[in-house]
Design a protein around this ligand. Structure first.
Ligand code: NAD
Length: 259
């Protein structure tokens, strides 16, 4: 995939909410061309191959997303994945598949980019929080969502808390100070020792606050997502970048220049 030429893009799950947004965003981008809209019932491999897509974007359902990625690789295209449900096992099988196809190819090889969150504000908040974590005695995460969300705390809040916990451990920090003896149920979920609180309220969309405290000072990092349109800059960035990143990349933070 040459960076100077137009990138041909197939969208899998094109009839869904994220897929439809992605189709519209690709059609609006001058350096991208939408060559296939695929959805349930379509042969993903044939659709990607026959359209000559360089990159396929998957916004489907957890039960089929891994199968789709393998079909995309067999069709000779890069994959950008936003669908949830990936774990160590499914990621490992994709790594093996990439190693196999890339060993057979003469060029720089195929890439798969899986991003649990394409929202730039969410990814930046998580990254900034991980950088700040080592400098504060206390850290807690609050995530706030619409009441139709079925899981709590959110995956993004779990990732944020885990990143904070890892940074604290690297810096040799112990647990945040907390004298609680009774009423632990009011102190939120424990993610690697970092407390995470989930608020469900009509009128909210998707929001996260990361609170850091020292004696006499506090830092709050907050991000607010109001619309699915906010995911599109991240999706398009991934589509443009995946061709130059052979192998598996997990997380949009690895594509953003945050050095
Ligand atoms: N990474 C992110 O930033 C991000 C953001 C929003 C949503 N998501 C995730 O993206 C996924 C899609 O979300 P949505 O709101 O668009 O869902 P949706 O239900 O609106 O759309 C899913 C689409 O996938 C299609 N589909 C089902 N099986 C298929 C198959 N075998 N082949 C091709 N298409 C198939 C469905 O027909 C539907 O059109 C979910 O897992 C969601 O959690 C990720």
């Amino acid at each position: 995939m040459s960076t100077s030429s137009v990138v041909r893009v197939a969208v899998i799950g094109a009839a869904g909410r994220m897929g439809a947004q992605t189709c519209a965003a690709v059609e609006e981008a001058e350096d991208l061309e939408l060559v296939a809209r695929l959805d349930a019932g379509d042969d993903v491999g044939a659709g990607v191959r026959d359209s000559g897509a360089h990159v396929a974007v998957d916004f489907t359902v957890p039960a089929v997303t891994e199968h789709n990625v393998h079909a995309v690789l067999d069709a000779g295209a890069h994959a950008v994945v936003g669908t949830t449900g990936w774990d160590d096992g499914s990621r490992g099988r994709v790594v093996e598949h990439l190693e196999r196809v890339n060993a057979e190819r003469g060029d720089e090889g195929l890439g798969v980019l899986i991003a649990p969150n394409f929202g730039l504000s969410a990814v930046l908040a998580m990254t900034f929080a991980a950088k700040a974590a080592r400098y504060f005695e206390s850290a807690e995460v609050v995530e706030l969502h619409h009441p139709n969300k079925v899981d709590a705390p959110s995956g993004t809040a779990r990732h944020t808390a885990a990143a904070i916990a890892a940074a604290r451990a690297d810096a040799g920090l112990g647990p945040s100070p907390d004298a609680t003896q009774d009423g632990w149920e009011a102190r939120g979920a424990d993610v690697d020792g970092v407390r995470v609180h989930a608020v469900r309220l009509r009128g909210l969309v998707a929001h996260e606050e990361i609170l850091f405290g020292n004696a006499g000072e506090q830092l709050t990092i907050r991000q607010d997502s109001f619309d699915r349109a906010s995911f599109m800059p991240g999706v398009l960035l991934a589509v443009r970048e995946v061709g130059s990143r052979p192998g598996l990349t997990v997380g949009l933070e690895n594509v953003l220049d945050l050095s």
